[in-house]
Design a protein around this ligand. Sequence first.
Ligand code: ATP
Ligand code: MG
Length: 419
Amino acid sequence: MSTFSAPKGTYDLIPPESETFLAVREAIAAPLRRAGYGYIETPGFEHTELFARGVGESTDIVTKEMYTLTTKGGTELALRPEGTASVLRAALQRNLHRGALPVKLWYSGSYYRYERPQAGRYRHFSQVGAEALGAEDPALDAELIILAVDAYRSLGLRNFRLLLNSLGDRECRPVYRAVLQDFLRGLDLDEETRRRIDINPLRVLDDKREEVQKQLDGAPMMRDHLCDACREYHEQVRSLLTAAGVEFTDDPKLVRGLDYYTRTTFEFVHDGLGSQSAVGGGGRYDGLSEMIGGPALPSVGWALGVDRTVLALKAEGVETEVPARTEVFAVPLGEEARRALFSVVTELRRAGVAADFAFGGKGMKNAMKSANRSGARYAVVAGERDLAEGQVQLKDLDSGDQNPVALESVVTTIKEKLQ
Ligand code: ATP
Ligand code: MG
């Protein structure tokens, strides 16, 4: 071990598990690409104010979880805690909203939150996200949810559930908010929670504590206060999902952590993850653009947690396919053979064959050990005498059979045998 270890709440991705991470990212991206989502990449940090406004001053993310810094020039920056505000900021800055709508984008990257580290909850984690900007259409909400479900299914994940709710819009939400506040003020709650009633009463519904939850029986629910437009919109989302064979559970208490959600709100939970059960979530955010100084731009999106999806796969015992392992391993004996086989390895790789080489001038025994450990099907072995005869030895590592092959045709021979 060196003097240093990774900071608290972070971990390194190393082979072979790192392959599962790549497989998950790719599996989530594939359905998005097929549905016309374009790839976007934004900086790892933004002006702190973007998140304060775009995620919400009353959220845990902004009040407790952001990594902020002041630059030497006095600029207040924050490591991104989530993706939506950045993507919307970039789309507005680059005028994407003036073109054809909706603008459909996907992203993948690292996010940072100063949280109490525990299983499935880290200070540095990975998300793949998707946003569809500039259209108010229940089919768009349904599309995104279906794409996430298809991604999980393509990975072989089975025991996940979709929770669905509507949070209303700027017509009906304020009315409901006031009704809920009246109800909550009559409860026996601690000081901090009472403050939350004033700034973000919906979040109280999401309180995980038993003593709070048991007082919430009979609390007014958004679904009983939706205006006609929101009710109709939500019914359409529900029926499109059903038609697509996507099962869901209506969860009237699902509010999610971000202030900006309107109407459709959803979360994917997995039952094999203990208390960190959310593998992904999202919703509609019709007011967000205006909150960060843009025009009205009704939008919907989600973010799926890569780390927790990997844990969910592990919990279900699902193996993801590991791409391209070494097929051929070259074992040279002596300097001349080193040069010759190094060329063979380069040629094999250029011909599309996964090949590796006994680096570090190992003796025969250690080099053959490396060959076996690499999982290769064939070893190409050569010493001075083979080269003098213009040949190499091709060893089948499964059967142990070994045969001489002409040096000049070894690449074609191997390609044929591998087919
Ligand atoms: P939670 O309720 O678990 O705190 P969240 O509502 O804060 O989740 P989102 O902001 O919706 O999470 O992020 C989307 C997904 O990103 C989550 O469903 C989860 O899978 C993942 N995620 C969020 N925070 C973390 C974290 N600290 N470590 C690992 N994954 C995370
Ligand atoms: Mg959180």
